[in-house]
Design a protein around this ligand. Structure first.
Ligand SMILES: [Zn+2]
Length: 428
């Protein structure tokens, strides 16, 4: 689950092909002709561009050759001044290849497991999930969130994801969970559930309005249904200049306000809209309404703030790139060794943006990850091999660059248990 999935129906991880095509013409260079996928406005302001970006960053590649030859695409982030939506205007869904080789889970991290447990408990308590009820998860990934929800609450479950791997599921609740290895789309609008969740999937979908409309149509007149969406928060990325959180797999980006406007326009009423996981994630809880609803929550009023952050983003990114380039240059010059901890999308984006390469950095740079399913596989674009943290015992890095600061404490603990005490730099 997480980090990506609705298609077959929607571009990205869970949509139908008919909805997966870009709905816009390519804008003129530097221009703003593209239509907003969220509100239909005809004006999107381009504010950030990247070329030669690997089209996937969580797909595990078996050989370096395959990783180096992996398709690349362009990123051109556009901002809608009418609704606050941000999307990659150059996104090409035909470059996407979601499959069981997609390795997105973060559940090998104790910190992430604690977060999952909090979300399970909160959702079950808030919505009274229990026996006799059915939870539908759109873009369920490997199924771990849905399985936990069903195990803890006693409810039944339906999970949709083309990347689901049945051999990974071990649960006593198996007889009441159905997994469908496909993208969510109109063929599944008949599914009936009492609770619909969609985590780290919307950001992989280009036609966001069509997608949320389909979710609403799937619910129909069942007005008791509760809906929960979880996705990255773009406000933090803009505020921090966190360029490593912009990558090809994520074709759309939301703040609290733009997410709320999308749901309200599609006949949802919002119950809760908040941030979680050190403010990295946006959480939305909604119920169906009979018509579009008006904004009521103060945190929805963020359009002017987002526009102001957009205006400063390029400069912030430039400053952060410069600082990181200097770090890597100093290390190369002095022969110091760097290990990047975390091989997911943030890592692929960082390597791509900094132009790190095996030619330049072989012997002084290693990529490690705690997910054993990634070990021995290769990163798209750069071709770096992903190693187990066990490799650090012989490498003895001088610096460990932590791709997500929320894991810094557990990584320091892991390093200490190996009698390693490098300088730890955590990206925020
Ligand atoms: Zn818009």
């Amino acid at each position: 689950m997480n980090q990506d999935r609705v298609r077959g129906s929607f571009a990205g991880r869970s949509l139908a092909p008919s909805l997966a095509t870009p709905a816009t013409e390519s804008p003129a260079p530097g221009g703003t002709r593209a239509a907003c996928q969220a509100c239909g406005s005809g004006e999107m302001q381009v504010f950030y561009r990247l070329e030669g970006v690997p089209a996937h960053s969580c797909l595990m590649l078996a050989s370096r050759q395959e990783a180096l030859a992996f398709p690349r695409g362009e990123i051109e982030l556009g901002f809608c001044h009418d609704c606050g939506f941000i999307g990659n205007l150059k996104f090409d869904p035909t470059l996407h290849r979601y499959s069981p080789d997609y390795e997105e889970t973060q559940a090998f991290s104790p910190r992430f497991r604690r977060f999952l447990e909090e979300v399970w408990d909160q959702q079950i308590a808030r919505f009274g999930l229990g026996p006799g009820m059915t939870a539908l998860e759109i873009g369920c990934g490997k199924g771990e969130f849905l399985v936990g929800l069903c195990e803890r609450s006693g409810c039944a479950g339906i999970g949709l994801d083309p990347g689901y791997r049945p051999e990974r599921t071990r649960t006593g609740a198996a007889d009441r969970i159905t997994f469908i290895r496909d993208f969510y789309g109109p063929p599944y609008s008949h599914l009936r559930a009492d609770y619909v969740c969609c985590r780290h999937t919307l950001e992989h979908i280009a036609p966001v309005f069509d997608f949320v409309r389909l979710v609403r149509e799937t619910i129909g007149e069942r007005h008791h249904v509760n809906v929960f969406f979880e996705l990255p928060d773009m406000e933090r990325v803009l505020r921090q200049g966190a360029f490593w959180d912009v990558y090809y797999e994520h074709c759309t980006y939301f703040t609290r306000g733009s997410l709320a406007r999308l749901f309200r326009a599609n006949r949802f009423d919002l119950r809760r809209l908040y941030k979680a996981y050190d403010d990295q994630y946006l959480m939305l809880e909604a119920q169906p309404a009979s018509q579009a609803t008006d904004p009521l929550l103060p945190q929805e009023n963020d359009l002017a703030c987002t526009a102001s952050l957009i205006a400063r983003f390029e400069k912030k990114v430039s400053d952060r790139l410069q600082s990181l380039r200097e770090t890597f240059s100093r290390c190369r010059a002095s022969g110091r060794r760097i290990a990047i901890w975390g091989s997911g999308s943030k890592c692929v984006s960082l390597i791509s943006s900094l132009g790190l390469s095996r030619d330049l950095d072989a012997g002084t740079l290693a990529i490690v990850d705690i997910n054993p399913h990634k070990h021995g596989k290769f990163l798209a674009g750069s071709g770096f091999e992903i190693l187990s943290p066990d490799a650090l015992s012989s490498m003895r890095p001088d610096i460990v660059l932590v791709m997500n600061a929320i894991y810094a404490d557990e990584i320091r603990g892991d390093l200490a248990s190996r009698s390693l005490h490098p300088e730890v730099i955590a990206l925020i």
